[in-house]
Design a binder for this molecule. Sequence first.
Ligand SMILES: Nc1ncnc2c1ncn2[C@@H]1O[C@H](COP(=O)(O)OP(=O)(O)O)[C@@H](O)[C@H]1O
Ligand SMILES: [Mg+2]
Length: 286
Amino acid sequence: MAELCIIYDKIRFEEKELYDKASKRGLNTRLIDAKSISIGTNNKKDDFDLGDIVLQRSISHYRGLYLTACLEFLGFLAINSFKVGEICGNKLLTSIKLAKENIPTPTTHFAFSSESLSNLIRKTGFPIVVKPIVGSWGRGVFPLRDSETANMIAELREEDDNPLSRIYYIQEMIKRPPRDLRCIVVGDRVVAAVYRYSAEKEWRTNVARGGRTEEAYITKELEDITLKAAKAVGGGVLGVDLMEDDVRGLLVHEINSTVEFHGASKVARTDIANTIIDYSIDAAKK
Ligand SMILES: Nc1ncnc2c1ncn2[C@@H]1O[C@H](COP(=O)(O)OP(=O)(O)O)[C@@H](O)[C@H]1O
Ligand SMILES: [Mg+2]
């Protein structure tokens, strides 16, 4: 029987749900705090009692990513893999991957200094959207409507301590309804889709910004583009986010590698946690 390990740095609904459902199925399941682990180049897989499959659920992007690299070094199967986590945790890498695989996605530009940002903006004009290349919950995602605000953002970002701040991610602003779509993908299935409506006086639709979810019907078009996008970044257990452009239709703007599914589980076609466990067991057999 497969043995499962859920790595967390904070236990949310999702980690609890995965643990409870896996235990209920009789699987030997462990919940392990990422903050409690240390790994050395002289370690072997057997030094760690983690079972066959590691579900990487750390909220901290870098902690989860580099711990996954170490676990893969030891020979553990991690879901999601380091490769997938690296692409999805970085909006620049995700955007170029989606573009390369011809997945419809907003036009996005990258600049590597505040000077090249100014030159770029002279060409793109306004409105545009600026985002940190690593981040979530809508943090630092701002609409820019004039050069005064753009200069302010650039000045702040030139001075902070994060080297990634000097890499500018600038995206066309999509003319969309006050909502976007979140699809939960497990392997080759879209198990749930929700609309996320932005809260009052908030442009971003993130649930972390007060957005409210509503069930979305999974059309063939939505399913196709979502699965293609998931495949483009390497597949696994993913949250694919899309916007509805009034002319071009669905555009994928982000893919989340440690997906939250609390809201989506209320409207899901199937039990999301159990589907993730099934997928993990299958992956371990391959
Ligand atoms: N190009 C855009 N045009 C219109 N709205 C956008 C655009 N990019 C992001 N948004 C809004 O901002 C939210 C957060 O952006 P996102 O890229 O998903 O960053 P995060 O990883 O922080 O969630 C999106 O869910 C959407 O509501
Ligand atoms: Mg998002």
